[in-house]
Design a protein around this ligand. Structure first.
Ligand SMILES: *[C@@H]1O[C@H](CO)[C@@H](O)[C@H](O)[C@H]1NC(C)=O
Ligand SMILES: *[C@@H]1O[C@H](CO)[C@@H](O)[C@H](O)[C@H]1NC(C)=O
Ligand SMILES: *[C@@H]1O[C@H](CO)[C@@H](O)[C@H](O)[C@H]1NC(C)=O
Ligand SMILES: *[C@@H]1O[C@H](CO)[C@@H](O)[C@H](O)[C@H]1NC(C)=O
Ligand SMILES: *[C@@H]1O[C@H](CO)[C@@H](O)[C@H](O)[C@H]1NC(C)=O
Ligand SMILES: *[C@@H]1O[C@H](CO)[C@@H](O)[C@H](O)[C@H]1NC(C)=O
Length: 506
């Protein structure tokens, strides 16, 4: 249901407070900087059982009753509605779109021949984006491994995944690499390992039955580390293949995506300051140290001990330098308190090994909006610059969570985007090699942690309407105006006029 928004039209909406980036506009960013928005296959496409697609681990998890009934069976029906959506992207002035490929749609069962219908869909989608001047940025695996590989050998828990992932990546490079220049191998490898194998709250829903909630199987002491290890091996093997076989003709770029929190010491005590660095090493260094330096951070090796898989010299060499860019997902900032006693425990999970207490600033309700802390994104970008040699960064995800109740007047999302894009601009002005920004998400589709209860979209999708009609929110208008060149001080709702809440396309 859509709430009546017309009464809001007369509201003057101006953000005048001094903020990160000051008053800025699109022109303040480097000429080749790219702005877009994104989504992922399972969250967007729907058509989960159509045209030869087989289940991914998310289909199985969603149908297991552990996501409060929210499934991607229909989602935003992007499989059928992508043309309409690309029209809406044009209206929003997007320069790029971040999407992911459903592995089990392209290669049913994960291995073997290509599915012609899947191939056709991604070719159409990519062609349609390009014909509208929108650059596709493609993720190969966004938490939706083919269930067949999970059943056969435990998916990411087995080294067998490396061979199958490389074969899948090879197919994607071969079929789409003439048009796709920006590839991300795996989305949020850290959150996937933690959510899927430490906490059991996302697919495949494993954790130590004693530690976690509702997990029937798993081992939070070892599995997250094994999964990240295998992801890093698969990532670097795919990069190696691309560089050997495709790079010189396709000239594309490969990256790995990491979920970031910005960590601030809870007090200025030496213990909390050291604990904060430890949190950065565990959370971010766990993925980024290997792809830049060829090995895990020392503190991770020390605290995890024998439970942490080791790279051979050969693997270490292959992993070191295996990225052209880092994809950064960032939403919020937390405080870190030292918690050393926890290291005396047996059967420790990842968070115990990190030996900190994480304190969230905003409330802990899943529907609480994020507090606006743009210095967090600034801090992450500055940290990556200083520690890892200023390699190219794409901010792959950043956005405000609100309740998904039909309101189109998402003022807090506009405030959030304006502040965080400003924080990013400050980082760029101080030398960060950040090359692009993707607001999460383009549409209100399925959210992995909260189904259809919360939303991040620039456009609302009415699930009660069989047509799944899309309605641009205030944030879509704001982003569109910003990308058209309007400065933040003049980008006010009054200038959108009476059409503010009228869909661009029916
Ligand atoms: C997890 O694996 C470790 C190391 O193999 C073992 O010591 C521990 O008992 C296992 N925990 C569970 C819950 O199976
Ligand atoms: C565990 O499962 C039960 C029954 O499905 C559910 O009510 C409960 O919320 C779940 N607990 C967690 C922490 O997910
Ligand atoms: C820690 O020190 C910094 C820099 O001096 C200061 O801005 C901050 O407020 C201090 N934090 C606490 C919790 O005292
Ligand atoms: C809908 O959600 C928005 C954002 O979370 C909130 O500001 C608004 O009050 C909510 N409206 C209703 C009717 O619940
Ligand atoms: C700006 O960058 C320089 C060089 O990397 C660094 O030393 C300095 O701390 C940064 N300034 C801020 C405010 O982050
Ligand atoms: C849904 O689409 C059909 C066909 O385009 C149209 O006739 C109908 O009015 C639409 N319904 C709504 C609620 O928009």
């Amino acid at each position: 249901m859509l709430l009546q928004a017309s009464s809001l039209l007369s509201l003057l909406f101006l953000l005048t407070t001094a903020a990160h980036g000051g008053d800025y506009s699109r022109a303040d960013f480097p000429a080749d900087f790219i702005f877009g928005s994104g989504t992922s296959a399972y969250q967007y496409e729907g058509a989960a059982f159509d045209d030869g697609r087989t289940p991914s681990i998310w289909d199985i998890f969603a149908h297991s009753g552990r996501t409060h009934g929210a499934t991607g069976d229909v989602a935003c029906d992007g499989y059928h509605k992508y043309k309409e959506d690309i029209g809406l992207m044009v209206d929003t002035n997007l320069e790029a779109f971040r999407l992911s490929i459903s592995w089990s749609r392209l290669i049913p069962n994960g291995r073997g021949p290509i599915n012609p219908k899947g191939l056709e869909y991604y070719n159409n989608l990519i062609d349609e984006l390009i014909s509208h001047g929108i650059q596709p940025h493609v993720t190969l695996n966004h938490i939706d491994l083919p269930q067949a590989l999970e059943d056969e050998y435990g998916g990411w828990l087995s080294r067998k995944i490396v061979k199958d992932f490389v074969a899948y990546a090879d197919m994607c490079f071969r079929e789409f690499g003439d048009r796709v220049l920006y590839w991300t191998t795996v989305n949020e490898a850290n959150v996937f390992a933690l959510g899927g194998y430490n906490d059991g709250i996302i697919a495949p829903g494993r954790c130590s039955p004693s530690l976690g909630t509702n997990c029937s199987t798993g081992n939070s002491s070892i599995e997250p580390y094994i999964v990240v290890h295998n992801i890093l091996l698969a990532h670097s093997a795919a990069t190696k293949l691309y560089r050997k076989k495709y790079k010189f003709t396709q000239n594309g770029f490969l990256g790995l995506n990491v979920y970031t929190l910005w960590f601030i010491p809870y007090t200025n005590s030496t213990e909390d300051v050291i604990a904060t660095q430890r949190a950065k090493d565990f959370y971010v260094g766990w993925l980024v140290d290997p792809v830049i330096f060829g090995d895990y951070p020392d503190i991770v090796k020390k605290n995890v001990g024998k439970r942490l898989p080791a790279f051979t010299e050969y693997e270490s060499k292959q992993i070191k330098g295996s990225v052209d860019f880092i994809g950064v997902n960032h939403y919020t900032t937390v405080h870190i308190k030292d918690k050393p006693s926890i290291l005396k425990m047996n059967n420790r999970d990842f968070y115990d090994d990190m030996a900190v207490k994480i304190i969230y600033d905003q409330g802990n309700e899943p529907t609480d909006e994020y507090a606006i802390m743009p210095w967090g994104l600034y801090g992450v970008l500055e940290y990556l610059k200083q520690v890892y040699g200023n390699l190219p960064i794409y901010v792959h995800e950043n956005g405000q969570m609100t309740r998904r109740n039909g309101t189109l007047y998402d003022k807090s999302r506009v405030e959030y985007l304006r502040a965080y894009i400003g924080g990013m601009l400050d980082a760029i002005r101080n030398g960060s090699n950040t090359r692009g920004y993707f607001a999460w998400t383009f549409l209100d589709c399925l959210e992995l942690l909260d189904g259809y209860g919360t939303s991040f979209g620039l456009l609302y999708v009415d699930l009660d309407d069989k047509n799944l009609t899309r309605y641009p929110k205030l944030s879509a208008h704001w982003y569109s105006n910003f990308l058209k060149g309007k400065s933040t001080s003049s980008n006010a709702i009054t200038e959108v006029g009476d059409n503010a809440f009228v869909p661009w396309i029916g």
